[in-house]
Each structure stands twice: as structure tokens, then as C-alpha cells.
Design a protein around this ligand. Structure first.
Ligand SMILES: NC(=O)C1=CN([C@@H]2O[C@H](COP(=O)(O)OP(=O)(O)OC[C@H]3O[C@@H](n4cnc5c(N)ncnc54)[C@H](OP(=O)(O)O)[C@@H]3O)[C@@H](O)[C@H]2O)[C@@H](O)CC1
Ligand SMILES: [K+]
Length: 476
């Protein structure tokens, strides 16, 4: 499991550790890890041109000490000081001793243009509110140069706790972060600014419960349902899918395609697209009599391509089994009916659907994804999976939020969400909790999307077809 902790928690752990260590030891650990990462990026340190962008806090101190290490290995290191009077004194002295050069921001343009590496030590977890006007031009210079950009702890200008980007921010190729990931490094839009992320262990002791957690292969493998010798289709779970309409029969087919690859023992389809479903997947049990007459199921998916069929949504919400609500179903589901349910409910909106439910604009949700997913989960008393390049899954009761980053931009294709809903529904039917079903489905679906696309456009049905390969890859 990869975890991320809030700034407040990091600060507390830092205080506790600092009290036990000689002064400056923690910063030296950070600087050593940072210098090693910079050396890897440079390939050859000797003779390289390194520019440090230095703000007035400890983030700048880390960069200065790392710069001193690189200078001692033969790099030409120049530090651009945003606030010369308030620069970390120890770091400054170390860089001077190692032969580094100090300049003011006025001289930055020339040297950044010729740099091999720019190290962003403008601001770290002490920052708020986007880069200030004096720092913003430096981020632009770095973006325009041919140099690689390494961010110290986080790209300056992003919000560490939320993943929001409230103004100008540095765009890094690599972020070297200390002690733990910060939520902003894992959540869009800030994640995009971080590039790849390297975690340097500095010995922080962190509490058990993180702010954010991201499943890895082994975590997903441990949660995937595997039939035992005594399994029959009911023990593996039967999923009901109430989806599709005369206008959107394809949504039903795609939801069933995901469901059949999600580990349920059988899939019952209810709705007007039965012929299309049977033609594509003859193993589906099909009915057009409405959800309450469909027979026994262990979970329901309702909503993909459902059009305006509010009665099917209401019937499904009245069932005492786990229910996944997606697409049109989100609009049709009465909040009171969702809140009144005693079995788990998993809602799976994209940003636009979440925005409509929250009564805000899509841009608000996209800019503040963590707050939005939590708010929606609280509002409906349900588990909410907010789709996106980084999918978030939050429980109504608060606590840790799951983030998934296996997704690919190629997954932003029509019908891809229908496949996800079937897959997640199948996992619910197999007995996974709503959070596990949502986050495991997002992980498998994202990986399947990567396999299906493999650098070229793929349709939603290709994603569904790639689910078994993703599943095998995870279990290997
Ligand atoms: N935690 C740990 O375990 C360890 C932490 N370590 C390191 O310490 C870092 C935290 O250091 P920190 O607390 O000194 O704050 P930091 O991020 O340098 O920023 C403060 C300065 O930025 C300024 N500033 C604020 N907002 C701004 C903006 N929008 N745009 C521009 N400037 C802005 C603000 O200015 P002021 O408000 O004072 O005028 C203030 O001077 C952390 O990220 C990590 O790198 C490691 O050394 C070892 C272990
Ligand atoms: K930084």
C-alpha cells in the first residue's frame, strides 16, 4: 500500500523525530536523498550545470545542501535566491564552501536557459496559495528551458493536502519527497505537476491511518475473489444489472461485459436491451420484468444508459443487497432513498455528474477532487468513487480515501465507465466491501485500459476484453 499523510501529521512526526536527533540531521538525510536523485537524473554530475531555485524556508535549505553535494562532485551549481536576507543560513554556507555561486532572480533567465538541471526549492509543505508573483516567473523559466526539473518535496505552488493548484506552479519531471507522499502528489490536478515521484525515507514515524492510500499489485491480488473447490455460482455471487434503454442498448452490453469479467458466478440482466445483451454474451440471464422480479442476486448495478427509468432505480435502491449507482442512475436516485439504505451503496460519478449532484460547476469538482468526493459521500451516506485520471474512493464515515492511478488518458472513451460499473458490481456481488470493490475495480480497469490501449486508441469493449490479462498480471 502506498500512503500519503497530511502536512499536519508530517509536521508532528517531524517534531517528534527532531527532538531525538542532532540538529540538522533530518535535513541532511533529505539532502542526501535529493542529491542522489539529482545525480541519477544528470547521469554525469561532473561538469553539469545545475541551477537551484531557492525560497526562504527549509525547502530551500534542502536544495542548498543537495547543491553543495553536487558541487563537491564537480557540478557547476548556481543558486537563485528569492529572498537573500532570509535564505537558510546553514545551506547557504555549505553551498558557498563547496564553490557554488549565488545570484539574484534578475540573473536567472540566462543561467536557467543553459542549465542541465533545475532544482525547485522555492517552497515545500510550508507553502500556500500558488506561487507568489516574485516566484512565478522562475517556474516559467524552468518550463521553457531544456533542463530537467526536480522538485524538492513537492512542486512549488501545489497544495500539499488537497491536490489543488491555485495559481502558477512548477512543473517537475521528478519530485523527490521526504518521509511520506503528500496527498497532492497523488491527486489531480497537482499530480500532473509532480512528474514521477521518488520517496526518500528520513525515518519519520507515522500513524497507522493515512489520509490517502493507493493499492498496489499485492494489495489488489489479496482482495480479488478466487473461487474455492466448494464454490457454485451463488457462492461466487450473482450480480443484477439494470441498465440500458431502447436508446442506449450498448451501455447494457458494456456493463455486462465488465460484470462477466469481475468474478461473479452469474449475471442477470434486467431491462429493454436483453436481445443485444444475449447476442453479445449468451451466458447472461435476461429478463424484462423489472428488478424486483429478477430472482436472487447478491448485488445490483443500476443506471448505465438507463435514460429516464426512475422506477428501476427506485426498485433497486429498495433491495437489501449492495447496490452500485452509475450514470443516469445518479441523477434518478433520490437522496433520501440512498440515505435510508442499510446495505452498502457505491456511487460512481465522473466530475460532471458529481458537480450536478453537488450543485457546483464541473471545474469546482475537478479543482478540488478530494473535498468533492468526501462531501458527496457525506451528503448521500454512501461510498463514492469519483472517476478521473486519478480516481478517488471515499466512505461516508470519513477516514482514509483510496486513490487509484493505474488509469490512462486512453480510458476517457465512451462506454468505459459502463465497463467499470459492471466490474465493480461484480466485485460487490462477490462480497467485497464498497470501498474495496470500487478501488479494486478502478485498479483492474485502469490496468486493462493500459493493456488495451498500449499506445493507441482503444474502445470500451477492448478495455473489457483486456480485464482478464490485467487480472492475471496482478495475480502473477
Ligand atoms: N517535514 C519534514 O520532516 C522535513 C522537512 N524538510 C523540508 O522542509 C520543508 C518545509 O520547510 P518550511 O516549513 O520552512 O517551509 P517551506 O516549504 O520552505 O516554505 C516556507 C517559506 O515559503 C514562503 N512561501 C509560502 N507560500 C509561498 C508561496 N505561495 N509562494 C512563494 N513562497 C511562499 C514563506 O514565506 P513567508 O510567508 O515567510 O514570507 C516561507 O518562507 C519541507 O517541504 C521539506 O522540503 C526537510 O528538510 C527535512 C524533513
Ligand atoms: K519545492
Amino acid at each position: 500500500m502506498r500512503t500519503a499523510y497530511s502536512v499536519e501529521t508530517v509536521r508532528a512526526a517531524e517534531r517528534e523525530l527532531m527532538a531525538r536527533l542532532p540538529e540538522g540531521a533530518l535535513m541532511q538525510r533529505a539532502a542526501a536523498g535529493l542529491a542522489a536523485a539529482c545525480a541519477d537524473v544528470l547521469g554525469r554530475v561532473y561538469g553539469s550545470r545545475v541551477v537551484l531555485l531557492i525560497g526562504s524556508g527549509d525547502n530551500g535549505g534542502d536544495a542548498l545542501y543537495a547543491g553543495a553535494r553536487l558541487a563537491r562532485r564537480g557540478a557547476g551549481v548556481t543558486a537563485v535566491l528569492l529572498a537573500p536576507e532570509r535564505t537558510h543560513p546553514g545551506g547557504l554556507a555549505a553551498l558557498r564552501r563547496a564553490g557554488g555561486t549565488l545570484v539574484t532572480p534578475g540573473a536567472a533567465e540566462q543561467i536557467v536557459r543553459r542549465a542541465d538541471l533545475v532544482v525547485d526549492g522555492i517552497v515545500g509543505i510550508g507553502g500556500k496559495g500558488g506561487l507568489r508573483p516574485d516566484a512565478a516567473p522562475l517556474a516559467e523559466l524552468a518550463a521553457d528551458s531544456r533542463a530537467a526539473v526536480v522538485a524538492v518535496d513537492l512542486p512549488s505552488g501545489i497544495e500539499a493536502d488537497t491536490g489543488e493548484v491555485l495559481g502558477a506552479a512548477v512543473r517537475a519531471d521528478l519530485t523527490v519527497t521526504f518521509g511520506t507522499h503528500k496527498p497532492g502528489l497523488l491527486i489531480d490536478p497537482a499530480r500532473e505537476y509532480a512528474g514521477s515521484v521518488r520517496l526518500v525515507d528520513i525515518g519519520l514515524e507515522l500513524p497507522d491511518q493515512a489520509e490517502l492510500e493507493a493499492l498496489q499489485h499485492a494489495d489488489v491480488a489479496a482482495r480479488l475473489p478466487v473461487p474455492g473447490a466448494a464454490s457454485d455460482k451463488y457462492r461466487r455471487g450473482v450480480l443484477g444489472v439494470a441498465a440500458g434503454s431502447a436508446r442506449y442498448p450498448g451501455a447494457a452490453v458494456l456493463a455486462v461485459s465488465g460484470a462477466l469479467r469481475g468474478g461473479a458466478g452469474a449475471v442477470r440482466y434486467v431491462g429493454p436491451a436483453g436481445d443485444a445483451v444475449i447476442a453479445a454474451f449468451p451466458e447472461t440471464l435476461v429478463s424484462d420484468k423489472g428488478p424486483h422480479k429478477a430472482g436472487r442476486v447478491q448485488a445490483w448495478v443500476v443506471g448505465p444508459g438507463a435514460g429516464d427509468d426512475a422506477s428501476a432505480v427506485a426498485e433497486v435502491l429498495a433491495a437489501e443487497v449492495p447496490v452500485l449507482v452509475d450514470a443516469d442512475g445518479l441523477r434518478l436516485a433520490e437522496r433520501g432513498a440512498v440515505r435510508a439504505r442499510s446495505a452498502p451503496t457505491l456511487m460512481t460519478p465522473h466530475a460532471g455528474e458529481a458537480a450536478a449532484l453537488l450543485g457546483v460547476s464541473r471545474a469546482v469538482v475537478e479543482g478540488a477532487r478530494l473535498a468533492s468526493v468526501r462531501e458527496l459521500a457525506g451528503l448521500y451516506g454512501a461510498t463514492v468513487l469519483l472517476k478521473g485520471a486519478t480516481t478517488l474512493v471515499a466512505d461516508a464515515g470519513g477516514g482514509v480515501v483510496r486513490v487509484n492511478s493505474t488509469g490512462t488518458a486512453w480510458l476517457a472513451t465512451a462506454g468505459s465507465g459502463d465497463v467499470l460499473s459492471g466490474l465493480a458490481g461484480s466485485l460487490l456481488a462477490a462480497g467485497l466491501s464498497a470501498v474495496d470493490a470500487g478501488s479494486v475495480a478502478a485498479y483492474v480497469h485502469g490496468l486493462a485500459g493500459r493493456f488495451a490501449a498500449d499506445g493507441a486508441p482503444a474502445g470500451a469493449h477492448d478495455v473489457a476484453s483486456a480485464i482478464p490479462a490485467a487480472w492475471r498480471d496482478i495475480r502473477d
